[in-house]
Design a protein around this ligand. Structure first.
Ligand code: GDP
Ligand code: MG
Length: 194
């Protein structure tokens, strides 16, 4: 199954000048409007665009990073949450090394849906995929917050996920959260060349 992974196919297409020790596919999931596209834009391009157009279908962005002297390439997949795209979910998760589940700290509803997203991930992603939980929009004022840090940490602990509160808008914790998730994927991966 490892050989069939998209990441390996991608690795082969990388030119001689650009070699990576690891290429990981990361998919980002969660309710519509929680800031999935904004998080990817912040992490890959270090920008925030409040009028960024709604994601249609599936798209991905590339970000490379150095982890303990290893060159890591992340292929970060973005998708729309609309029901009309549900038929593509099994393809979306195929070969994923990591899944980032995003909720919005100012939306209790988006947090309540996390268990459903987990079911979907477990049904479609490889069993050894790393799953992380990001609570986005942590820049919102306290009176708009609907999900406490403690509630989210408890859920994350139950499901053995790393948890981070992030803000794509204010660039809070985004770098750290993706980096830590990449670190988990690297720890999960076979050493390069084996
Ligand atoms: P997606 O549907 O999950 O891809 O969500 P988007 O990235 O399209 O963002 C939905 C809305 O939330 C947009 O209006 C964004 O400007 C806003 N948004 C995204 N991230 C943040 C954030 O970190 N803080 C705040 N306050 N708003 C955000
Ligand atoms: Mg989007």
């Amino acid at each position: 199954a490892r050989l069939a992974r998209g990441g390996d196919a991608l690795q082969r297409t990388v030119g001689a000048r650009e070699r990576y020790d690891h290429t990981f596919k990361v998919v980002v999931a969660g309710d519509s409007g929680v800031g999935k596209s904004s998080l990817i834009l912040r992490y890959a391009d270090n920008t925030f665009n409040p009028s960024y157009t709604a994601t249609i279908g599936v798209d991905f962005k590339i970000r490379t990073l150095d982890l303990d002297g290893r060159r890591v390439k992340l292929q970060i997949w973005d998708t729309a949450g609309q029901d009309r795209f549900r038929s593509i979910v099994s393809n979306y998760y195929r070969g994923a090394h990591g899944v980032i589940l995003v909720y919005d700290v100012s939306s209790a509803e988006s947090f309540e849906h996390v268990p459903e997203w987990l079911d979907e991930v477990r049904g479609h992603a490889p069993t050894d995929a790393v799953i992380a939980l990001f609570g986005n929009k942590c820049d919102v004022p306290a009176d708009r917050r609907q999900v406490s840090l403690e509630m989210a940490q408890e859920l994350a602990q139950q499901h053995r996920m790393d948890h981070f509160e992030t803000s794509a808008k204010a660039a809070l914790n985004v770098e750290l959260a993706f980096q830590q998730t990449a670190r988990r994927m690297k720890a999960n991966a076979r050493p390069p060349g084996s």
